[in-house]
Design a protein around this ligand. Structure first.
Ligand code: NAD
Ligand code: 6OH
Length: 486
């Protein structure tokens, strides 16, 4: 049994109260780890360590030295690649190939990209005229914001946590991370990496626990935390924003979605089916960018539904260690119950169940896991709960459409605005829709294809702010202007 402690000021330590909680495996619900549950005094200690580190060795490093250190962090993650893969598989139950090819490499990349940004970023300068004719020179300075509170979710834990920690450290801040209670393992491993490469104590801290009245709230309410970056549910973002209002602290939020996939009859059909299979079912549908609403142009509607059904029915459930597995369990029993409640609701709302709708038969050693079938519905009204609420499971509703304007209106009929994926070979149409669909990220003939220099984030209730490349600087630094009279 693993024991996971908090990581504060460069040391792994149990919580001062001695309290712990259990982490269960998604594949069979057996307890796999005991996690130290940070109380308020542990969080106080972590925040104090982070503040002290700002003034210590870390604060004295030049940007070049910081960049070199972040490259070493990335290299050490790569050296310990198998450990990260193993830990993330244990936490999430997701197949090994997804860890190896998507989520863990992104952890290392998240440090490198922001090291590169910092190395190459210029500061603006303006020469201004003055009445005496001598003028003045203005230039901007970017300084770290201070101690950043990082609150991260369970669905792609290492990738999403480092997506915040990478830019925060590149900009010279220090962090107190509160990983999801469901997935604490890789945040702890990163503590080992930080110590190994000599990142000064207190720069990276991890406190474990839950949300309300627990470590999450203790971090976000802490007056010495200067800004909060959060990925998770929109509802949680609302609670965190209220906490951040005290002290008028800045927030950066990546939140929920109810993303539309739009498939036109002129698409490359096989590529569209493959792409939508991924956007609906990758990571067992637990991807914020995933598509739970699909709109298919009427001439190819039946053919598309049949093709997606065939792929959904061919998934191979199983242990993440089995190389044949391509479909894992949901993260927790609680989440399984939530997803199954929507499966039931869809039937009550009058859906035609094209495939799935229940729990698959599993061998005895996996029978207690949080399995659900990939599920496809048709025939629901646009205002059905299943078509409007984020389920965060491997399921989608498919509806036919007849015109471009109709599908734009359907796609935009939501309070969310994270992402969309559009499949068409008509280039003009692709550009037209990219301007009209109200989301932060539009993929054309692709999905989840990420260039880390680009702005990433959601519109409407899917987010506040943009991260990625230079856009992250807006949140992780404070810009000052210096005006010199010549
Ligand atoms: P969640 O909001 O339940 O939890 C996220 C984190 O917030 C966890 O660490 C949790 O302990 C903490 N938390 C909960 N309540 C809190 C509070 N009151 N104060 C402080 N911290 C609190 O989200 P989740 O279930 O872990 O993740 C799934 C959700 O995340 C989905 O809605 C998904 O769409 C969203 N998500 C969005 C993106 C994106 O980039 N937009 C990426 C991944 C996940
Ligand atoms: C959500 O589940 C996935 C989010 C992806 C990113 O934040 C990213 O940077 O690719």
């Amino acid at each position: 049994m693993r024991e996971v402690n908090n990581f504060i000021a460069g040391c792994f330590q149990p919580s001062q109260s001695g309290r712990t909680f259990d982490k269960r495996s998604p594949i069979n619900n057996q307890v796999i780890a005991t996690i130290a549950e940070a109380d308020r005094s542990d969080v106080d200690q972590a925040v104090a360590a982070a503040r002290a580190a700002l003034k210590g060795e870390w604060g004295q490093l030049s940007a070049d030295q910081r960049v070199a250190m972040l490259y070493e962090v990335a290299d050490e993650i790569t050296r310990r690649f198998d450990d990260f893969v193993e830990a993330e598989m244990a936490d999430t139950g997701q197949p090994e190939h997804v860890m190896k090819h998507v989520f863990i490499p992104r952890g290392a990349a998240n440090f490198k990209i922001f090291a590169d940004v910092i190395k190459n970023v210029a500061s603006e300068s303006f020469r201004m005229a003055t009445p005496d004719g001598l003028g003045a020179l203005n230039y901007s300075l970017r300084v770290p914001k201070g101690v950043i509170g990082v609150i991260s979710p369970w669905n792609a834990p290492f990738m999403l946590m480092t997506w915040k920690v990478g830019p925060a450290l590149a900009c010279g801040n220090t962090v107190v991370v509160k990983p999801s209670e469901e997935t604490p393992l890789t945040a702890a491993l990163l503590g080992e990496v930080m110590n190994k490469v000599g990142v000064p104590a207190g720069v990276y801290n991890v406190v474990n626990g839950f949300g309300p009245d627990s470590a999450g709230a203790f971090v976000t309410e802490h007056p010495e935390v200067d800004a909060i970056t959060f990925t998770g549910e929109t509802r949680t973002g609302t609670a965190i924003m209220k906490a951040a209002a005290e002290g008028t602290r800045d927030v950066s939020f990546e939140m929920g979605g109810k993303n539309a996939g739009i498939i036109f009859a002129d698409c490359d059909f096989d590529k569209a089916v493959d792409g939508i299979f991924r956007s609906a079912f990758l990571n067992t549908g637990q991807v914020c960018l995933g598509t739970e609403r699909l709109y298919v142009e009427r001439p190819i509607f039946d053919k598309f539904v049949s093709a997606l059904k065939a792929k959904a029915e061919a998934v191979k459930y199983g242990s993440p260690l089995d190389h044949a597995t391509n479909f894992g369990p949901l993260i927790s029993r609680e989440h399984q119950q939530k997803v199954l409640s929507y499966y039931k609701k869809a039937e009550q709302e009058g859906a035609t169940v094209v495939t799935g709708g229940g729990i698959p038969d599993m061998p005895p050693e996996l029978a207690e896991g949080n399995w659900v079938q990939p599920t496809i519905w048709t025939g629901l009204a646009d205002d059905a709960a299943v078509c409007t609420e984020e389920i965060f499971g491997p399921c989608c509703h498919i509806r036919p459409f007849d015109s471009e304007s109709e599908v734009v209106a359907l796609a935009n009929n939501t309070n969310y605005g994270l992402a969309t994926t559009i499949w068409t070979t008509n280039l003009s149409r692709a550009h037209r829709l990219a301007e009209q669909v109200e989301v932060g990220i539009t993929w054309i003939n692709s999905w989840f294809l990420r260039d880390l220099r680009t702005p990433f984030g959601g519109s409407k209730q899917s987010g506040i702010g943009r991260e990625g490349g230079v856009h992250s600087l807006e949140f992780y630094t404070e810009t000052r202007n210096v005006c010199i009279k010549l």
